[in-house]
Structures are given as C-alpha cells and as structure tokens.
Design a binder for this molecule. Structure first.
Ligand code: AMP
Length: 393
C-alpha cells in the first residue's frame, strides 16, 4: 500500500499513540452508546499492539464540542465500553494534554484513553504547540482513524512531524489497500455504482472514477439531473437545476461509460407504502423514487461481468419501502458477483446489511467523507502524514 503498517514496527516496551475513531453515536445526554461498532472496529489494532508488549494511548474526537469541554461529549462511556470489550482495565484521562495526562503515561500492557481531542480548539486548528504536546506522550504514532484522515488536524497530521515514525493501524491499512486498488490499478472490467441524493456531492468522484473504471452506473436522485440534462422529462423528481450544464459536460466526456436508468419506480410523494407505478419516463406530477426492474436487470448483468466494483450511495429512497427494492437488488448482485467489492457511505452500508450480504462484500469503508475524497483522487492529509513503507526487492 506504500505506507508503513503497524505490523512493520517493533512495539515491545514502546508507548504507542493510536489515533482511533471513537466518534460513536450517544444518547441520554452522552451517557449511553447507541452503537459500539466503531469501538469494535479498532479492537484488532489495539489487541495487536498489546500482544506486542506496547503501552497504549488512545485518542479520538467525539462530536462537535467546538473547542470547549462538554460533559455530553466525554469519552468516559467509551473507555468503559472498551474495557468490557478488551476484558482488561482501561484508564481514562481527564484531558488529552498537560501534566496530569503526562503523569498517567501507560506502562506496557496498559491502556489509557485520552479525553475528547476537540475539547481543545487547537486540535482542529492543527496548532503546533498542541501537536508537540500530544507527540510528547509517546514513542510511536499509529493512525487507525480512516474516517478522520481527510482532516489535517493535530492528531491526524500535525503531531506526526515530532515523531520518528507514523504507521497505519490494521483498519487504516485495510481501507488503504482496497481504496488504492480501486483507484490505481483495479482488475478490469471495473465498475463504479454511484447513487444518492445529489450530483453536487459526487462531481469529483465521477470525474476521477471516469478515468479509471470501465463503466459508471448511476442511480438515486442524482440520475434525474443527468436525465433532465439529456432532455428527458423527470416530472417532480429531485433535481439540481444549477448542475445541468455540468451533467451535460460529464455525459459528453464519458462516452459510453456513464450508464443511466432506463426505467423508474414512481409515486406522487416520498412516503413509505405509497402507491407506485413502474414507468420508462417519469410522468408529470410524479417523482422517480427508485430504479425500475429493467434497470436492475441491466445493472445486475454488468455487475456480474465485473472483476472489481466500487459502490457509493443508494439507488432510491431505500429508507421507505417499497422504494428500497432497487438498492437491495444491487446489493445482492454485488455480493453474488464474485468481484472484489468496495462499499462506502453509511447508506450503502445499511443497504448491504438489510440485504443480508455484508459478509460477502470485500470491504465496507468506515469513512464516508474520507472514502469519497479518496475516490476523488484527493490526497488525505492523515494518509500523507504516514511514513512511506520501505520496499524490499
Ligand atoms: P447521499 O447522502 O447523497 O448518499 O444520499 C442519500 C439519500 O438520497 C437517501 O436518504 C435517499 O433516500 C436519497 N435518495 C436516493 N434516491 C432518491 C430519489 N430518487 N429521490 C429522492 N431521494 C433519493
């Protein structure tokens, strides 16, 4: 993957700072964790470092406290949950820098969780003094927080220059492996499937992937901006009128690569259980809310013939049945294709789960924004900051 991995390091007796993504959803005024998925996702890296004989300092942001301590965004419940998952004591620091934290530096085998990095505005400002303070806590830096890698903050980029080595954690390594494969040298035929609400969110992704993939299948509301740009009637479907020129340009540049839906599931309103029709062209007064069965069949055929698939964004209003059928069918087709499959974005992940095929997807990205930036060809500051791996011939 080109970057140093935690597996390349000698961690015995070292104090290792791991930037993790503990930005979990909380309820009850920050006291209860709604989903511990992100905590679980870091366990392999944490356990690996402990097994190697390291003492661990774990740091994360949580929510948007805007540079001030906020009891509702404390990492205390997360440290508690982590202790349960690791079945070992986990210490919690009341801050992330300063003399108190320094006095708690962990010995080998110990785990210390720092308090929310964003309780200090210097974290997001990537302030030098703060970066230096964080770096002074450890010998080695590891970043396992792919979801924050598109931000140049003190804990993701700034502190690295004060440390001899910066390596990817196991989760970060996995993200980089699949996303690099998809964007540099994918096996062909390589297919991208893009959906969701807006073209404007994915312009750079479309432009970059167009250079790499053999076909780019479009679904979701963004299809209606492209269809309208081609002169097709779209009724009352969601559309970005200010992006029509851009859509025309992308269609012209893409040649045969860009594929649009040929039929639609339409209804008069976005409502679960609404009476729907299947049509080739969206009639006046109706909204296109899902790709139709002919589109599903045609997309599924192209998916089955692919060797690599990148998917981001639902094919319709998948939260409201029956408009979830297209997305679920695409999830199943991707899983059954046997291709290397990379799924990104919270909605596509939910779709893959509700189709019951998560375990047949090669990689489900943990970073929505970060994975979209990576697919756009943008260098992520948190990745750039990692030490290059030495290649041995
Ligand atoms: P995004 O965050 O851009 O990936 O968009 C996801 C959202 O797009 C979901 O909440 C979907 O309900 C919505 N969406 C997908 N297709 C349509 C459509 N045809 N009309 C309206 N909303 C849609």
């Amino acid at each position: 993957m080109g970057k140093l991995s935690i597996r390349d390091l000698d961690l015995r007796g070292k104090r290792v700072f791991i930037r993790v993504d503990f930005n979990v959803p909380l309820s009850n005024g920050g006291k209860e964790i709604t989903s511990d998925k992100r905590i679980r996702a870091t366990i392999p890296t944490i356990q690996y470092a402990l097994d190697c004989g390291a003492g661990l300092i774990l740091a994360s942001h949580l929510g948007r406290p805007k540079g001030k301590p906020n009891a509702e965004m404390s990492l205390v419940p997360i440290a508690k949950r982590l202790g349960e998952l690791l079945a070992r004591p986990v210490k919690m620091a009341s801050d992330c820098v300063g003399p108190k934290v320094e006095s708690m530096k962990p010995a080998p085998g110990e785990v210390l969780v720092l308090e929310n990095l964003r309780f200090h505005s210097e974290e997001e400002q990537n302030a030098d003094g703060f970066s230096r303070q964080l770096a002074s806590l450890c010998d080695v830096y590891v970043n396992d927080a792919f979801g924050s890698a598109h931000r140049a903050h003190a804990s993701t980029a700034g502190m690295v220059k004060y440390l001899p080595q910066a390596a990817a954690g196991l989760l970060m390594e996995q993200e980089l492996k699949y996303l690099t494969l998809a964007t540099t040298n994918p096996p062909h035929p390589c297919l991208a499937i893009l959906g969701g609400a807006k073209v404007s969110d994915k312009i750079e992704v479309i432009a970059n992937l167009m250079k790499i993939v053999d076909r780019l299948l479009i679904g979701g509301a963004m299809a209606y901006t492209f269809l309208k740009a081609q002169g097709q009637s779209i009724g009352r479907s969601l559309v970005e009128d200010d992006k029509l020129d851009l859509a025309r340009k992308l269609i012209a540049e893409s040649g045969e690569k860009l594929v649009l839906p040929v039929d639609h599931v339409v209804a008069p309103e976005i409502q679960a259980g609404a009476e729907f029709k299947i049509v080739d062209v969206v009639p006046d007064g109706m909204m296109g809310l899902d790709i139709g069965p002919r589109t599903v069949a045609s997309y599924a055929g192209m998916i089955a013939a692919s060797r690599m698939i990148v998917w981001n964004g639902p094919m319709g209003v998948f939260e409201k049945p029956p408009f979830d059928r297209g997305t679920v069918a695409i999830a199943k087709a991707v899983a059954e294709s046997g291709a290397i499959s990379v799924v990104g974005g919270g909605d596509s992940e939910k779709a893959v789960k509700s189709a019951g095929v998560s375990d047949r997807i090669s990689h489900i990205s943990t970073g929505g924004g970060a994975s979209l930036e990576f697919l756009s060809g943008i260098e992520l500051p948190g990745v750039t900051a990692l030490t290059e791996a030495r290649t041995t011939e």
